[in-house]
Design a protein around this ligand. Structure first.
Ligand SMILES: Nc1nc2c(ncn2[C@@H]2O[C@H](COP(=O)(O)OP(=O)(O)OP(=O)(O)O)[C@@H](O)[C@H]2O)c(=O)[nH]1
Length: 499
């Protein structure tokens, strides 16, 4: 994700400033120049960048700061606040409520990623227990209905559209009515796009909007258009009551920063960003956590949300019990791999940890890791229950390894690799042996039990260094509140990373 480069440049500028023995005017100016260059490269409007540096200089008046003040912290905080200000329109959008029917209409130019985003939005909510449905009111682009149908079928989301009806308003109304009757709580209407902003498009949008009375209109915008985003978002907003924005293709463009900042300047909040073509490459956009991640400062709430999303709470005590007994089986490894895959791209999860940035996990390697996990799971699918439930790798005789390789369509050396990975993880988790498990409802007791010492043994040394050694880890655990969650989720993640 190119934005990671922006974050990396800003973090480096702040780090260089921190390394200086004395922070004077010259050091501050150098730091701000670096940040300015990085933001302009990401296509953030010049005026916004200039205002930001002026504000920072006003806040950080070096002459007024007594010697005892932690200037570095004050400057970092000022940079953080100003970046948030650039991205935050200061008001929230309408948020649909689960179980209560809402109509959400998507608008945007052709090719912006509207249809893909409708499905991602539906899929995101479906995973959280909603009952979404998709209506294809795009009668302009041949193939639009087929595309939506294909996406919806893949995600098992009900859809509505027509090959013969040419009136988008009629399709939209019929679709909405159909899904209201079926008690869907999130009815998503995909509308037509055009190559450029034109009267016919805006008129059609207005008619569909009047007929379906959406609770929320989401404007979908391609991040690659950079500064042109401002005019485009405003033009849409003037024609239809845009309540929120989704910026797509944030995975591939240096100009992403421009799109984000320009959209926020139109006073509609960005609610999600698209970070790839796949269904789950879709992130909630929340200004503070986003900036925090961008600067490598971590995003605890996002991290915890991800963990809660993928590791069902009721599974955890059982898992902890097994680990505390030093009983790490292939089945546990399998379940942890499942959790990793549910979590989505590993790099994104890592970027939520303080000290990490998405830069650390290049996209290619991330895909490699995920493919490896899937390969291992296919091999484990060919194992017997006895093999999965034992923590004695000796059961894996040569002939069993050969059978598993044949049964799963893999090479013998690949099965052996998988077993090595298992042994590595088992060794790592064996350090958790003896951990006292609290009874139900005593989660805080576990936090007391699970001290940083324990965790430091489990973390890969490189990761421990990134976090800031033992001191950083202690801080981190304080923030975590519940170390239990960390074990369940992180254990899985480490397994997913490359050795
Ligand atoms: N890399 C990347 N590609 C994306 C993203 N979102 C959408 N795309 C791709 O962008 C292309 C256009 O997406 P569509 O969903 O067909 O665009 P659309 O805006 O619905 O187009 P119309 O229906 O013609 O208005 C497709 O190839 C998508 O896979 C994203 O976040 N990242």
């Amino acid at each position: 994700m190119v934005l990671a480069e922006l974050g990396g440049s800003i973090s480096r500028a702040l780090q260089q400033m921190s390394n200086a023995t004395i922070i004077d005017e010259k050091v501050l100016n150098e730091c701000l120049n670096e940040i300015t260059r990085a933001l302009l490269q990401a296509d953030v409007q010049f005026k916004l960048v200039r205002d930001m540096t002026t504000n920072i200089k006003k806040i950080v008046n070096l002459d007024d700061l007594a010697a005892g003040h932690n200037k570095r912290r004050i400057i970092q905080q000022a940079v953080f606040n100003e970046l948030c200000k650039i991205l935050d329109p200061g008001k929230a959008s309408f948020t649909p409520k689960k179980g209560k029917p809402s109509i959400v209409m998507f608008v945007g130019l052709q090719g912006s990623g509207k249809t893909t985003t409708c499905t991602k939005y539906a899929y995101y909510h479906q995973k959280k227990g909603w009952k979404p449905a998709l209506v294809c009111a795009d009668t302009f682009r041949a193939g639009a209905f087929d595309q939506l149908k294909q996406n919806a079928t893949k995600a098992k989301i009900p859809f509505y559209g027509s090959y013969t009806e040419s009136d988008p308003v009629k399709i939209a109304v019929d679709g909405v009515e159909t899904f209201k009757k079926e008690n869907c709580d999130l009815i998503i209407v995909d509308t037509s796009g055009r190559h450029k902003q034109e009267t016919a498009l805006f008129e059609e949008m207005r008619q569909v909007s009047e007929a379906t009375k959406p609770d929320l209109v989401i404007f979908v915008m391609d991040s690659s258009i950079g500064q042109a985003a401002f005019d485009q978002a405003q033009a849409f907003k003037q024609s239809v009551a845009v309540g929120a924005v989704i910026v797509t293709k944030m995975d591939g463009h240096a100009k992403g920063g421009g799109a984000l900042s320009a959209v926020a300047a139109t006073k509609s909040p960005v609610i999600f960003i698209g970070t790839g073509e796949h269904m789950d490459e879709f992130d909630v956009f929340d200004v503070k956590p986003f900036v925090s991640r961008l600067l490598g400062m971590g995003d605890w709430s996002g991290f915890m949300d991800k963990i809660h999303e993928v590791v069902p709470m009721d599974q955890q005590p059982e898992l902890l019990q097994k680990l505390s007994e030093g009983h790490f089986t292939l089945r546990i490894m399998y379940e942890q791999f499942q959790n990793i895959l549910k979590m989505g791209p590993i790099g994104q999860v890592f970027s939520m940890l303080p000290g990490f940035s998405a830069e650390l996990m290049p996209k290619g390697r991330e895909n490699e890791s995920q493919a490896k996990i899937k390969r291992y799971m296919t091999m484990m699918d060919s194992m017997t229950n006895e093999e999965l439930d034992t923590s004695n790798p000796k059961l894996m005789t040569d002939s069993r390894i050969m059978r598993i390789a044949r049964g799963s369509g893999h090479q013998v050396h690949e099965v052996m690799d998988m077993m090595e990975e298992y042994k590595r993880l088992a060794k790592m988790w064996s350090k958790m042996k003896g951990l006292k498990i609290p009874k139900k409802g005593e989660m805080s007791a576990l936090s007391r039990n699970m001290n940083a010492q324990h965790m430091s043994k489990v973390l890969p040394p490189q990761m421990l260094k990134q976090i800031g050694g033992m001191g950083g880890l202690q801080n981190l655990m304080k923030q975590m509140g519940s170390a239990k969650d960390m074990m369940g989720g992180m254990g899985g993640m480490f397994g997913g990373g490359d050795k």
